[in-house]
Design a protein around this ligand. Sequence first.
Ligand code: PLP
Length: 458
Amino acid sequence: MDYIAEPFKIKAVEPLKVLTRSEREQKIKAAGYNLFSVRAEDVYIDLMTDSGTGAMSQHQWAAIMTGDEAYAGAQSYYRLMDACQEIFGYAYFQPVHQGRAAEKVFMPIMLADGKVAVSNTFFDTTRAHVELAGATALDCAVPEAADTDSFYPFKGNMDLELLEKAIAQYGADRIGMIVMTVTNNSAGGQPVSMQNIRQTAAVAKKHHIPFVIDAARYAENAYFIQTREPGYADKSIIAIAREMFSCADAFLMSAKKDGIVNMGGLIGVKEDELLIRAVKERVIPYEGFITYGGLAGRDLDALAVGLLEATDESYLRYRIGQAEYLGETLRAAGVPIQYPTGGHAVFVDAGKMLPHIPYDQFPGHALAVALYEEAGIRSCEIGSYMLGRDPKTGEQLKSMFEFTRLAIPRRVYTQAHLDVVARALIAINARRDTLPGYTITDEPPVLRHFTAKLEPIR
Ligand SMILES: *Cc1c(COP(=O)(O)O)cnc(C)c1O
């Protein structure tokens, strides 16, 4: 397929270094085979995450100079509120320093010991904060998502039958919240349809359960609705976003994604005054006064501009096009991926590519290590290694997917970089039988994948 050319040109450059293969093998070994422990300067192309790794525009950098650093009531805060109002249309917006800060503030308001939270699929930190609040996190992804090879336009959707079943099983009063993750990161950055958002909202309303959007990539999701869902081709991204958010009671957002900032987050509350009060009460001790929420005034200004830039259709066409270009190049060469590609990344189906490595030897991680050794490319496992253990029994959980995620930072890499990535993966695919599985030698109890140490099983 054609690469959609960048709707921008480059003003500032960041030099890259390329190590030799033996240097890379030594670096990854010294890092305990954990890519989070590798120094960024030892990485050539960094596809570990699209979170906070985007390039800001000249308009964002200019806005930084207008940052008002007043402790309370800064102009920057009001500019951010205006941008939020235009896109989301809620009564209250709370800036916080990143997505998990929003989770830390919000989850204990909604959840407690014995409660259950249900999602299309929880993101790792969101799941962790549900569990830290004493509750159980339950995923209800649609079965179409599990078949990585077949086209389905909205593989991110909630399985409504499973959702109703969970509500019947636990009782509506035990379900603290229903969370819709858009796009559905862990299922492959896959979009959720407006119809599914509406239907899920209707189920939540029927049972009086709060409905919350995990909104990190809401603009990418809106673009997929515009291009794939009947009736939305003529609606603007902002009009679609407004419709999505009108279905929910609140949202949590890591602004490091579709806010195109290096740090930031948001909580939005549609109208519930008691919930707004509870959010304010928890934000002040944990994040700071409500008009800055853990961010500098200049950060609020960069976010006000970035939020609107992320709704630009020529930007979204280029961005979604990058994932599609890399995905199609890999697929054409026989590398199995979650198809069609989602918004922010290509998810290589490492479980399918490396059938000789069982889930508890982490095929997605094995491929990520091989990709670093092969070409200095950093990626991230999204599978059983990230999912971790059952918090009650300590048993290794089996993920629905064993992915190696190639997340594409916003406005950072070129077509030639993506070609380097494709060539490296195709080379590894040709010798895939030789890749070893991994075992964990040192493991913390929560979010272990960030700091665990591993060893190849030779
Ligand atoms: C990134 C992300 C989060 C957590 O946000 P941070 O800014 O990394 O703390 C939560 N949910 C989703 C869907 C995310 O992608």
